[in-house]
Write a protein that binds this ligand. Structure first.
Ligand code: SF4
Ligand code: SF4
Length: 64
């Protein structure tokens, strides 16, 4: 069950992959040089992707 809703602003994503490398559960992936949701159910809302993205291109909305 997803703990976070993953919101991506593709326009701001420069494809650096920092978020994908930091995600502990493999919930996100790179697709065509942009971050994309791989399996939202795996998101534990650890916030690493949102906190470490240099471009504010990924946001997590905590669920529950
Ligand atoms: S860290 Fe930000 S800019 Fe880099 S791939 Fe992830 S969303 Fe895109
Ligand atoms: S909040 Fe954590 S688990 Fe969810 S996508 Fe971001 S890094 Fe992965």
């Amino acid at each position: 069950m997803a703990k976070g809703k993953i919101i991506i602003n593709e326009k701001w994503c420069k494809g650096c992959e920092i978020c994908v490398e930091l995600c502990p559960t493999d919930a996100i992936e790179m697709r065509d040089f942009k971050v994309a949701i791989k399996d939202e159910d795996k998101c534990i809302a650890c916030m690493q992707c949102e906190l470490r993205c240099p471009d504010f291109a990924i946001e997590i909305e905590k669920i529950g």
